[in-house]
Design a protein around this ligand. Structure first.
Ligand code: HPA
Ligand code: ZN
Length: 326
């Protein structure tokens, strides 16, 4: 069977990963020591054992605790560089990385420190790994829209170092329309727009991400399959869904990978893609997501080709560069 080799070898773009979610337990401990930050786990093994999630919120609590060791520009660089090396090993040739500035500014870390460290890793990745890397600033949806506006203001002096904005954190109870005004402002600024919707939340949240926020891609979006009219809209407008199979498995969105609806989304003609979300927490980087999903669901080489093509179509590289990949 040559399918696993194809999945690993094919060039691909990653469109949905949170750089703070690439922080491996070993690096959390190393940074905790380097920065003199106390963490409530005695060892790397003990921390890894805490990675048993029942839903999105149970993950977010540990994910934000892990990010508390990040203080200096070099910390952000080291985190991003470790991910970019892993991405290159999986034949990811383009990655659009989310970062959560509010997780850091709330601890007194300047947004400039965050962005400069991450951006320097992106520049080095292009030069030495051959990976094209860009940053997307995410607003935390459990916080207020006013907070999001303040974060945007703080980040705008660094406008040249990120390509767009997204919306992440606790979904249910925080619908997209809560951020209508700040997304409207970002749209005026010419930023690319994406949002998490339909991970745990209902199809209505995907509709409002599209119609109120006017996003270009939907992150996760797997709950869209419950709404035929929404499926038709996503197919018609070729709105990419950045699906994260191992994330969905670990956060109990699907009971097992065999039950995942990626095949349904692809066969309905949607621009679905495969992504790692928070690879250090969910048990795998890009190729592991492809390998486990294909092994469980019986997707074919044709689906693999479609997923790779979709990843470049859905990316924010310019059209000339896209023509070179697809
Ligand atoms: N969903 C929402 N917020 C997140 C996620 C996710 O999968 N990962 C990191 N922040
Ligand atoms: Zn995500």
């Amino acid at each position: 069977d040559r399918l696993p080799a194809l999945l690993c070898a094919m060039p691909k773009a990653e469109l949905h990963m949170h750089i703070e979610g690439s922080l491996e337990p070993e690096l959390i401990f190393a940074l905790a020591q380097r920065n003199g930050v106390a963490i409530p786990y005695a060892s790397v093994d003990e921390l890894r054992q805490a990675y048993a999630f029942t839903n999105l919120q149970s993950f977010l609590d540990i994910y934000y605790a892990g990010a508390s060791v990040l203080l200096k520009e070099q910390d952000f660089y080291d985190m991003a560089w470790a991910y970019l090396e892993r991405a290159a090993a999986d034949n990811v040739v383009r990655t659009e990385m989310f970062f959560d500035p509010q997780t850091h500014t709330a601890r007194g870390v300047d947004v400039k420190v965050v962005i400069d460290g991450l951006h320097r890793a992106c520049v080095d990745a292009e030069a030495t790994l051959g990976v094209s890397a860009a940053l997307i600033l995410c607003f935390l949806r459990h916080l207020s829209e006013e907070d999001a506006f303040e974060t945007l203001e703080q980040a705008l002096p660094h406008r040249d170092k990120f390509i767009g904005v997204g919306l992440d954190s606790s979904e249910v109870g925080h619908p997209p329309e809560k951020f209508a005004k700040v997304f409207g402002r970002c749209r005026e600024l010419g930023l690319h727009l994406v949002a998490h919707a339909g991970e745990e939340g209902p199809p209505a949240y995907v509709w409002s991400a599209l119609d109120v926020l006017k996003v270009e891609r939907v992150d996760h979006g797997v709950q869209s399959a419950r709404d035929p009219a929404l499926m038709a809209r996503l197919a018609q407008d070729r709105i990419p869904l950045t699906v994260c199979p191992l994330s969905n498995l670990k956060l109990c969105v699907f009971p097992d990978l065999k039950a995942h609806n990626l095949g349904t989304l692809l066969d309905a003609g949607l621009v679905a893609t495969v992504n790692s979300d928070d690879p250090a927490y969910f048990g795998g980087y890009m190729n592991e997501n492809f390998l486990q999903t294909f092994a469980a669901t019986g997707l074919t080489a044709q689906h693999a080709w479609q997923l790779a093509a979709n990843s470049f179509e859905g990316s924010f590289i310019d059209d000339a560069a896209k023509a070179g990949y697809v």
